[in-house]
Design a protein around this ligand. Sequence first.
Ligand SMILES: [Zn+2]
Length: 261
Amino acid sequence: MKLICPVCKKPLIRNNKEALCGNNHHFDYAKSGYLNLMISQKKNHGDNAEMSKARIAFLNTGAYAFLQEKLSALTRELHSSIISDLGCGNGYYTAALTAEEKFGFDLSKDALKYAAKHDPSTQYVVASIFNVPLADRCADTILTCFAPTASKEIDRLLKDNGYFIYVSPGPLHLIEFKEALYEKAYVNEVKRQDLPFPLVHQMEIENTFHADNDALQNLFMMTPYAFHTGIDDVQKLKRIEAMDIRAQFVIQIYQKNKESA
Ligand SMILES: [Zn+2]
């Protein structure tokens, strides 16, 4: 097992329903199969149950299936033995990745409970992506979708020549949805991530999906817009029966390269 103890950093070994290290620190596997390696007593962040439910319902409409398929194809081409998904949420993309061994990390227990139940191909772990309980240089590929880039950890975890795949919203992602809600719809900025190795490939993919009012409500709930919108906007949303919306994503691939280090 590539997981390490969050207390003493020694390798963890699975023993029935718990994982333990040589110093006898032990951690329980949840009934659904995820492992909780958070040692801080602080309240967990990440999606709450309501956001997680909205996200699952929205993703199950298939609106972002084209991104899932793209990531599946990309990882198939990379022939990775170990993939780590940092900020994996409910595992919608993780489940489709191709590797011999997969790990998904997130702070949301609600999301990981769903992920573990639906995707037995991945070990899901409750942990911060800024303090990942995995051994140094064990990952061939790391994926981060719509989550912050944990540069230091990515550099520590990747093998030489390993890949970091970063997915972010494209400039016009959900633009019709934003235009319907706001007076001024802002365009997303695509930034190069701050990493000690080069960007080797960048692509943009897009698709238009038809969203009924349920899908619109879920989309609203699962995005940060839910926290930034006044009550007028919410009323506007209730009046929209359905609409066609563009989903646009930018996929950046970085490669840890011995020579450039
Ligand atoms: Zn330990």
